[in-house]
Design a protein around this ligand. Structure first.
Ligand SMILES: NC(=O)c1ccc[n+]([C@@H]2O[C@H](COP(=O)([O-])OP(=O)(O)OC[C@H]3O[C@@H](n4cnc5c(N)ncnc54)[C@H](OP(=O)(O)O)[C@@H]3O)[C@@H](O)[C@H]2O)c1
Length: 324
């Protein structure tokens, strides 16, 4: 696998170019500030009346309305939520100049047809593998966050070079830029969100907590065991890999993990993971996301409210108050 770092990447394709960042949220803020600190001419494009205008200007960035930001840009980065990319692209497309590079930090909206970019545009992906807060703080420490890059459309012959120069300017060349495609990045990311880290892992923690409490264990101890130890294992895996993590835990924990892990995550779990991957590839999740936005995010808001009312949540609140 190609793993590119600063020394492999020519920054020149972005020199003297203006980058419009559309959206000043989690990624937009971090990428705009990193680009600015890398000497790039940045304008943040926001909708009229946006509450983010003061914040962006307070951070020393230039802001403009979406259409104005786009009209003056050589590179336009779509950093608003994925489910509004179709409407956002529709709004700004008439102002995109011929041959502009249109960038994304997630492959979803292009892979699943929310956005069908004009044929004269370069279309690239630079997807940092983590939240904007970490992208920014790593950059400020002189480090970077690994990112995936790809080109979907190369109208000018420069798309790859612009993508890599962009990745370098947000600091990802300090850690490594990995070649992929919009489809591969989108499918792998959506799969992980549902089936592994963001979907399955929290549900596993909740199920473990509920099982211990139902078995008579105090909620506090159940929380410390089933949820509190997650950071310990995450740090160990980051530092040593999964095999290395297993070697440094106690024999008791290692044997427990050996006997219990595959009993819980059995063939039926792998079967359902394969189903999730097929459904993601068939566009089922993309359709759900579109529907959720059309319904005013009702399902998400209901779930957020329910999560706040659980015993696990009140236990977390009690433990963190006691610790602080
Ligand atoms: N979040 C992550 O950790 C992460 C990691 C990797 C990649 N990504 C990708 O990065 C992209 C941006 O995600 P994000 O989480 O950074 O988004 P986000 O924080 O939800 O984006 C919020 C920004 O989008 C603007 N926005 C919302 N609706 C809009 C509309 N209808 N028209 C114009 N602007 C609108 C908001 O404007 P106002 O300021 O006016 O409210 C705000 O500035 C997505 O493609 C995502 O998949 C995200």
């Amino acid at each position: 696998m190609e793993f590119l770092r600063d020394a492999d990447i020519d920054p020149a394709p972005l020199a003297g170019k203006r980058v419009a960042i559309l959206g000043y949220g989690n990624q937009g803020r971090a990428q705009a500030l990193n680009l600015k600190d890398s000497g790039i001419d940045v304008v943040v494009g926001l909708r009229g009346g946006s509450g983010s205008t003061n914040e962006a200007e307070g951070a020393g960035l230039t802001t403009a309305l979406l259409e104005e930001a786009v009209a003056s840009a050589d590179v336009v980065m779509m950093l608003a939520p994925d489910e509004i990319h179709a409407a956002l692209y529709g709004e700004v497309e008439p102002r995109l100049r011929k041959g502009v590079a249109l960038g994304f930090s997630h492959g979803l909206s292009v892979r699943f047809g929310f956005v069908q970019p004009r044929a004269d545009l370069d279309v690239f992906l630079v997807a940092p593998k983590g939240p904007g807060t970490a992208l920014r703080s790593l950059y400020k420490q002189g480090k970077g966050m690994i990112a995936v890059w790809a080109v979907e459309q190369d109208a000018t012959g420069m798309a790859k070079h612009i993508a890599l120069a962009y990745g370098r300017a947000i600091g990802s060349g300090r850690a490594g830029l990995i070649a992929s495609s919009f489809a591969e990045e989108a499918e792998a990311d959506l799969f992980n969100e549902q089936a592994v880290v963001w979907g399955a892992v929290p549900e596993l923690l909740i199920a473990g907590f509920d099982t211990l409490v139902a078995g008579g264990v105090s909620p506090e101890l159940a929380y410390l065991e089933c949820v509190g130890e997650l950071k310990l294992i995450a740090d160990l895996i980051e530092a040593r890999g999964i095999a290395g993590m297993r070697e440094v835990i106690s024999n008791t924990a290692e044997l427990g993990a050996l006997l219990g892990g595959k009993r819980i995550v059995d063939a039926s779990v792998r079967q359902r993971m394969a189903e999730v991957l097929s459904e993601v590839r068939a566009g089922r999740f993309a359709a759900e996301l579109k529907q959720e936005e059309a319904d005013g995010y009702k399902r998400l808001e209901q779930a957020r409210a329910e999560n706040r009312r659980t015993l696990l949540e009140s236990t977390y609140q009690r433990l963190s108050a006691a610790e602080n």
